[in-house]
Design a protein around this ligand. Structure first.
Ligand SMILES: *Cc1c(COP(=O)(O)O)cnc(C)c1O
Length: 380
């Protein structure tokens, strides 16, 4: 068991609020995905602090489990991995600025070339530094985010063939609707991408690594697996939407827990927390838990969320504060030090990422990535 927390020895003594990450679950989920997509390879996506699970620890674990490359969103995430000693190929999928290119090259990171102009800048910077740049070309087939439009893509492929200081290792696109029940839009995007790839056939060239599938497409669109798939949320054991077909069994790797730090009886006429939004019409027992929106427990969960204490679910009452929440246990029992499960299972009860997302009016992705670095991660 290992803990990472800002400046902490035994972080759980300093802070009873922790995120527990099951590395075994991550492995199981990775294997389940690998089995279904083979012979396509898997590039785990570890952006946004590995969806809240902890960038460096998760990356190291995945590498130890055989991952051959990783994907992140931003340069600084990739640099953090290099500084932690992660040496394998890392694709940075986000848009880049010209002045970032030398840093990419010095760290041996894989760049996304999302326009002819950016590709030229990458090639020129590689020439100036006397190195070879490694890129993946980005084709926009319908997301309208970054990448060359599919109907203009040949210019990028031709430019890539002329670059002398750049190795084109991959070519990719991204789905806007692969987690929907209706896959018409995703199929159209895939057809556009396959059409762009015809260029290689016509020029008698072998295409570089072709990839497009995020979690939704991994689950629902086998034809999109191509050479490589890019699972994010599925790897962490959460499905990307309510309607997606759950064709691969995965289980959550993350639990969020805290402990009771205060107990009191609250009587009628004495409303709870900021804004006095909740009060009881009869005496109730109330416990205070040291977690709040300053940790990423959404303020929108006020008066809506439930937590598990001693195997039972109880409501969060009053406003969520920056650092504390109050829980109404009616006339049941709880003691200082009792475990409080915000997300995860205890006894026969479970609170899922989907539950929390539903209560807060958001999606599971935001629940996970919102748990901030003030919360120590505990690897079990
Ligand atoms: C975030 C991201 C992914 C992973 O998406 P999931 O839905 O979490 O699987 C894949 N590709 C790109 C380009 C992304 O930005």
């Amino acid at each position: 068991m290992s803990v990472t927390a800002p400046g902490a020895g035994d972080a759980t003594v300093i802070r009873p609020t922790v995120v527990e990450v099951s590395l075994a679950r991550l492995t199981e989920n990775l294997r389940a995905i690998e089995t279904v997509v083979a012979p396509a390879a898997v590039m785990p996506i570890v952006k946004a602090n590995a969806y809240g699970h902890g960038l460096v620890e998760v990356a190291r674990h995945l590498v130890a489990q055989g991952a051959r490359r990783l994907g992140v969103a931003f340069l600084e995430e990739a640099v953090a991995l290099r500084e932690a000693g992660v040496a394998l190929p890392i694709l940075v999928m986000g848009g880049i600025l010209g002045n970032q290119i030398p840093l990419f090259l010095r760290h041996g990171l894989t760049l996304t070339a999302s326009s002819v102009d950016k590709l030229r800048q990458i090639d020129a910077a590689a020439r100036d530094l006397g190195v070879s740049a490694r890129v993946h070309l980005k084709i926009d087939t319908g997301m309208e985010r970054i990448g060359v439009h599919y109907y203009n893509a040949h210019g990028l492929l031709e430019q890539a063939a002329e670059c002398r200081h750049t190795v084109v290792e991959g070519i990719y696109s991204h789905f806007a609707n692969a987690d929907a029940a209706d896959l018409a839009s995703a199929r159209l995007q895939l057809a556009r991408f396959l059409d762009v790839l015809q260029w290689y056939d016509k020029h008698g060239a072998a295409p570089p690594l072709r990839h497009m599938a995020n979690s939704g497409a991994i689950l629902q669109l086998r034809e999109s697996h191509l050479d490589l798939v890019r699972p994010g949320i599925l790897l962490y054991g959460v499905y990307p939407s309510a309607e997606v077909r759950r064709t691969i069994p995965v289980r959550p790797a993350l639990a969020w827990k805290s402990r009771v730090v205060y107990f009191k009886v609250v009587t009628p006429g004495h409303p709870v927390s900021y804004g006095s939004t909740w009060q009881s019409d009869h005496p109730v027992r109330m416990v205070t838990v040291p977690v709040g929106y300053g940790d990423g427990y959404f303020r929108a969960l006020s008066n809506i969320a439930r937590v598990i204490i001693r195997g039972k679910k109880y409501p969060v009452v009053g406003r969520v504060c920056m650092d504390q929440i109050m829980v109404n246990i009616e006339w049941e029992t709880a003691y200082n030090g009792d475990e409080v499960v915000l997300l995860g299972a205890a006894g026969d009860e479970t609170i899922t990422c989907e539950d929390v997302a539903g209560w807060a009016g958001t999606i599971p992705y935001e629940v996970l990535t919102n748990i901030n670095t003030r919360v120590p991660r505990l690897y079990v």
